[in-house]
Design a protein around this ligand. Structure first.
Ligand code: HAM
Length: 449
C-alpha cells in the first residue's frame, strides 16, 4: 500500500470515516444518470465490458471510471437515503482503481488509483470545509512522514506544495440564470468555440469554461462567473465554507472559472493542484452534489465528497523530494549502499520494527521462533535466511527496520543474539544480548511508540 494511501486511511480514521468497498463493475446507466451523459467521462472514456455471448436484454456493464456514483448506489442499496427520515447521515471512504480511456501521459493513466470520501445527509457548509481540511491534513501528514524517512536525504524545509482552488456553482434555483448567460455568451462568441464546445453549447455550457483546447480566452474575457449569480443561501453557504477554512488556517485560492468535468455538482467545488504533475495538475478534486442521491432514486439527501488521485499525489511528492535533495556532501555516510528508488520507498509497506537474520541452519529455527515471540508482543518482524552476512545486512537495512538482529551458530551455542540498531541511517555496532532477554529489551525500547 502506498504511503499516500496509508496516510489517507489514518486521516480518515481521525475523522471517524469508515471504509466502503464498492465493485469495479457497475451498470452503464449509473454513470450516464450521475456523472452526466454529455461529459467526456461518459461520452468517451468508459470501458464497456462485453461478454462473449451476450443474451438479449442483459444490462451493459462498465468498469468504474469514478467512485462517487457507485458509493451513492451502494448507500441506497444498504437502505440509507430512501426517505428523509432516519439514518441518512453517513460518511464513507473508498480506495481502489478507476478506469478511463485516456491518451496516457505523465499523471494521466488509463488505470489509476483514487482515495475518495463521500458524506451524505449534511447540508451545512461545515462538512464542505471539513473535507477540504482533510486534504490539507493529508498533505501535512505526508510532509511529516516523508521528512521522517531518513533515506530520502531531504532538507528540513521540505514541502509538498499544493494549492486548493475553490468555487461555488450555485443550486437548482440560481444556476439556471448563470447557465442562460453562459449560453448567450457562447452564442455571441460562437466562432471562437472549439468543435466540442459548439456541440455542448446548449447541452452543457459550463464545460466551455473548462475547455481542454483553449479556455484561456474565455477566462480572460467578460464571460459570466457563477459566483456573481449565487442566490442568498448559496452565497451564505460559500462564505461560510471560506470562513471555516480561514479560521482553520487552510490556504485556498478562489477560482471563479472552476467548473469540474462531472455534472452532479452543486454549490461548493474544489480542486487541489500541484504544479509538478505536468499539465495534469489536479491531485484531488471534489464538491457538493445535493441532487445526486435523488437522481439515483433516493430521497432528496445532500452529499459532498472528494477523490485524491493517488498516482498524481505520489508524482507530486517524488518531485518535491527531488527539489529538496540535500547536498550529497552533507549526507551522512551510509555504511552500505541504500536504495535510491524514492518511488519504491513511497509505495513500501510499513517498515518492520525488527529484521532478524538467521545465519546457518541451526540459527534459522531460533530466528523463526524469535520472530514469533516478537510478533506476539505486537512488533512487526521480518526474518531472513542469511547466506552471506553482507548481502543479508543490506537487505535488512533496506527494510528500514529500526533493529537488526543477527543469529549465527555461535550465538545459538552461547544463547545470545547480536542486536544492531539503526540511527539516522547509520548501523550501530553489534551488542550481544541474552536470548532470554531480547524480547523484553525490544518491548522496552519500543514502548513509547
Ligand atoms: P475527478 O476530478 O474526475 O473527480 O477525479 C479526481 C482525481 O482523480 C483527479 O483530481 C486526479 O487526481 C485523479 N485522476 C482522474 N483521472 C485520472 C487519470 N486518468 N490518471 C490519473 N489520475 C486521475 C472524481 O472522480 C469525483 N468522483 C470526485 C468526487 C468525489 N466528487 C465528489 N466526491
Amino acid at each position: 500500500m502506498s504511503l499516500v494511501e496509508r496516510t489517507a486511511r489514518d486521516v480518515a480514521a481521525l475523522h471517524a470515516i469508515n471504509e466502503m468497498r464498492i465493485p469495479l463493475l457497475e451498470r452503464i446507466d449509473l454513470f450516464a444518470r450521475s456523472s452526466g451523459d454529455t461529459t467526456d467521462l461518459v461520452e468517451k472514456q468508459m470501458y464497456v465490458v462485453q461478454r462473449p455471448s451476450e443474451s438479449a436484454g442483459e444490462e451493459t456493464m462498465v468498469l468504474r471510471p469514478e467512485g462517487t456514483p457507485g458509493v451513492v448506489r451502494a448507500y441506497l442499496d444498504l437502505g440509507f437515503g430512501n426517505s428523509q427520515e432516519g439514518q441518512n447521515y453517513q460518511r464513507f471512504f473508498y480506495s481502489g482503481p478507476m478506469l478511463r480511456y485516456e491518451r496516457p501521459q505523465k499523471g494521466r493513466y488509463r488505470e489509476f488509483w483514487q482515495f475518495g470520501v463521500e458524506i451524505f445527509g449534511r447540508t451545512d457548509p461545515l462538512v464542505d470545509a471539513e473535507l477540504i481540511l482533510m486534504i490539507d491534513e493529508l498533505r501535512v501528514a505526508l510532509n511529516q512522514r516523508v521528512k521522517e524517512t531518513k533515506a530520502f536525504h531531504i532538507k528540513p524545509e521540505f514541502e509538498i506544495r499544493l494549492v486548493t482552488q475553490l468555487n461555488s456553482l450555485g443550486c437548482a434555483d440560481c444556476r439556471p440564470a448563470f447557465r442562460e448567460r453562459l449560453i448567450e455568451f457562447g452564442r455571441s462568441n460562437f466562432e471562437r468555440l472549439c468543435v466540442d464546445c459548439k456541440r455542448r453549447l446548449t447541452r452543457n455550457p459550463l464545460r466551455m469554461l473548462d475547455c481542454k483546447i483553449d479556455a484561456s480566452w474565455i477566462r480572460s474575457s467578460d464571460a459570466p462567473r457563477s459566483i456573481d449569480f449565487l442566490c442568498q443561501d448559496c452565497k451564505l453557504h460559500h462564505d461560510s465554507v471560506k470562513l471555516f477554512l480561514d479560521n482553520a488556517g487552510v490556504q485556498y485560492e478562489e477560482n471563479p472559472w472552476l467548473v469540474r468535468g462531472l455534472d452532479y455538482y452543486t454549490r461548493t467545488v474544489f480542486e487541489v493542484v500541484s504544479n509538478s504533475v505536468g499539465s495534469q495538475n489536479a491531485v484531488a478534486a471534489g464538491g457538493r452534489y445535493d441532487g445526486l442521491v435523488e437522481a439515483l432514486g433516493g430521497a432528496a439527501i445532500p452529499g459532498v465528497g472528494f477523490a485524491v488521485g493517488v498516482d498524481r499525489l505520489v508524482l507530486a511528492i517524488t518531485d518535491a523530494i527531488n527539489d529538496y535533495q540535500q547536498d550529497r556532501a552533507l549526507q551522512p555516510e551510509a555504511p552500505i549502499s541504500q536504495s535510491k528508488s524514492w518511488l519504491g520507498k513511497l509505495v513500501r509497506a510499513i517498515p518492520p520494527h525488527a529484521a532478524i537474520i538467521g545465519m546457518g541452519s541451526a540459527a534459522l529455527l531460533d530466528s523463526f521462533l524469535l520472530a514469533y515471540e516478537l510478533r506476539a508482543i505486537g512488533l512487526r518482524v521480518d526474518v531472513m535466511w542469511g547466506i552471506k552476512l553482507r548481502s543479508s545486512l543490506r537487505d535488512a537495512i533496506g527494510t528500514e527496520a529500526r533493529f537488526i538482529i543477527i543469529i549465527g551458530q555461535n550465538e545459538v551455542d552461547q544463547k545470545v543474539v547480536q542486536l544492531r540498531e539503526m540511527n539516522n541511517s547509520i548501523l550501530g555496532e553489534p551488542e550481544p544480548v541474552e536470548r532470554s532477554e531480547i524480547v523484553q529489551k525490544l518491548a522496552d525500547k519500543t514502548s513509547s511508540e
